[in-house]
Design a protein around this ligand. Structure first.
Ligand SMILES: [Ca+2]
Length: 169
């Protein structure tokens, strides 16, 4: 009985040490990430994106229309999204919707398309996350833009469930 108690205490102690080690590892990792974040606010981070093309978190400077915005001064075109032109009837609605999803001054994550880095105008083609929202998907689901079906096969994201769900095949 006594021996068993000692044995249990031994396991408890080892477990406690492991837990303490894990917690200190998490805290050091969080500290390092945070420090990196403060030193390099424009840091590129490949852990949150798909593929190996550019991946960065930045500040939304401007929303240009329903499928284009500026993040950290870089013009980003929402891949697979075809929003109405600004000077059409549905244009302002679409732009406004994107502004609601990604307000100027908020933070966005840009996941560049590995299979087509830029469009003909030199804009970064990407999936953009604002908060927890995949903006490319949200704006189409909300009826403020259409799926750019023609590019499904050219895009890194064309086979992702959300794109297939919207009509890519
Ligand atoms: Ca990518």
């Amino acid at each position: 009985m006594r021996r068993r108690r000692i044995a249990l205490r031994g396991i408890g102690g080892r477990k406690r040490r492991v837990i303490a080690l894990v917690i200190s590892l998490i805290l050091s990792a969080a500290y390092l990430l945070r420090r990196e974040g403060i030193d390099f606010p424009l840091r590129r981070d490949s852990t949150e994106c798909n593929g190996s093309a550019t991946c960065f978190t930045g500040v939304v400077n401007r929303v240009i229309d329903g499928d284009t915005l500026e993040v950290n001064g870089e013009r980003v075109r929402l891949v697979l999204v075809d929003a109405p032109e600004r000077d059409t009837r549905a244009g302002p609605d679409s732009t406004e919707y994107l502004r609601e999803l990604c307000p100027v001054g908020s933070t966005a994550l840009v996941d560049q398309d590995d299979l087509q880095h830029t469009d003909n105008y030199g804009r970064t083609l990407a999936v953009v996350w604002c908060g927890e929202t995949r903006v490319n998907e949200a704006i189409i689901r909300a009826g403020r833009a259409r799926l750019y079906r023609r590019f499904c096969h050219q895009s890194e994201f064309g086979l992702e469930p959300w794109a297939v769900g919207l009509g890519c095949e």
